[in-house]
Ligand binder design. Structure first.
Ligand code: ZN
Length: 171
């Protein structure tokens, strides 16, 4: 058989014919085009079982809010920065996933190494295999619970402080 070179029009025709056959077969069975399907499956496999970004964001924010409550009980200035704490905690938890938006290889290596656990247990969360739906329920519940705990502790601290303040003012 004659060997085909890259520029050989016969070679191109053979490839085009093969693809047409695959598309025709796929369309006949009502499935998506093979090329598209291969791409989607590859993407799914790559992200398989990993919780979506908002889950890392809400868990990071929840952990930081909870960690700062004991500090707030000693120094109530912390309670003035709730929104900032949520933003910083969220970005902290999400940070390893920034490799998806950039082409920084070091960041991707970090994401797939246990060191990513330093970012709100990102590595372990990615490996639980828990579905998106469950992760969303768990993370949003923890997030709202942590916001409530943070706000309640702020109210208790403010309430406990009031009598002494009033005493100081009446002196
Ligand atoms: Zn991730």
């Amino acid at each position: 058989m004659k060997r085909l070179s890259a520029a050989d029009p016969n070679r191109v025709a053979i490839i085009v014919r093969a693809w047409r056959r695959r598309f025709a077969a796929a369309e006949a069975t009502g499935r998506a085009r093979p090329g598209y399907e291969v791409y989607i499956n590859k993407t799914r496999r790559k992200n398989g079982g990993m919780p979506p970004g908002h889950v890392h964001f809400t868990i990071g924010a929840a952990i930081l809010l909870i960690l700062l409550i004991p500090i707030g009980l000693r120094d109530d200035r912390i309670y003035k920065h709730g929104a900032l704490i949520v933003a910083i905690g969220g970005v902290w938890g999400y940070a390893p996933d920034f490799y998806r938006l950039t082409s920084i290889e070091a960041l991707e290596k970090l994401h797939y190494s246990p060191w990513a656990d330093l970012f709100a247990l990102h590595y372990s969360m990615d490996r639980t295999g828990l579905g998106d739906g469950w992760w969303t329920i768990v993370s949003f519940s923890l997030f709202f619970a942590s916001v409530a705990a943070f706000q309640l502790s702020a109210w208790f601290v403010a309430r406990d402080r009031e009598p002494t303040q009033r005493a100081v003012e009446s002196d």
